[in-house]
Design a protein around this ligand. Structure first.
Ligand code: HEC
Length: 146
């Protein structure tokens, strides 16, 4: 079930922008589940304010990852497979994000049709629901607009 987002969380942040991505999860639950990501990721907005996480730099900044092409954060050294996926047009819509975070290397192999592809993210989200909720949380912090 997909709904055009009318997140309680986005509303609570008052000036929530109109969102260009479909989101079906629960942002509040996603905020809790996001704790498993902050050993490697931060969410830092364009003014440099940290919206989530601390200062981990193992993985790329996830600010406005919803709706963005894969592998686009300047200065971050992505795996060859992730860079290739971005060049091939992979965009982080909910469906792709949810599959990716549950099995990053497996996902890239399938996406690229290359059994030797290898992603640099070792963490796997155990439950699909959790991945859906984390996506909603990230979307509540900002979505990429073309
Ligand atoms: C152990 C460290 C680690 C953890 C924990 C981790 N990641 Fe990552 N993540 C990475 C690395 C490294 C990359 C770069 C992958 C590549 O280049 O193949 C990445 C890439 C990503 C990307 C692609 C971003 C882009 O710019 O294209 C997304 C989305 C992502 N991670 C989401 C998550 C979420 C959500 C969680 C928590 C559930 C999480 N990650 C947990 C290390 C981690």
């Amino acid at each position: 079930m997909k709904v055009k987002l009318a997140l309680a969380a986005a509303a609570a942040m008052s000036a929530g922008p109109a969102l260009a991505v479909d989101v079906s999860g629960d942002a509040a639950a996603g905020e809790k589940a996001f704790r498993q990501c902050i050993t490697c990721h931060v969410v830092v907005d364009d003014s440099g304010e940290t919206l989530a996480g601390r200062n981990a730099k193992v993985g790329p900044n996830l600010y406005k990852v919803p709706g963005r092409h894969a592998g686009q954060i300047e200065g971050f050294r992505y795996s060859d497979s992730m860079s290739q996926a971005g060049e091939n047009g992979l965009v982080w819509v909910e469906e792709e994000f949810v599959k990716y975070v549950q099995d990053p290397t497996g996902y890239l192999r399938e996406y690229l049709g290359d059994s030797k592809a290898r992603g640099a993210m070792t963490h796997k989200v155990r439950k699909e629901d959790e991945a859906v909720d984390i996506y909603a949380y990230l979307a509540s912090l900002g979505v990429h607009e073309e």
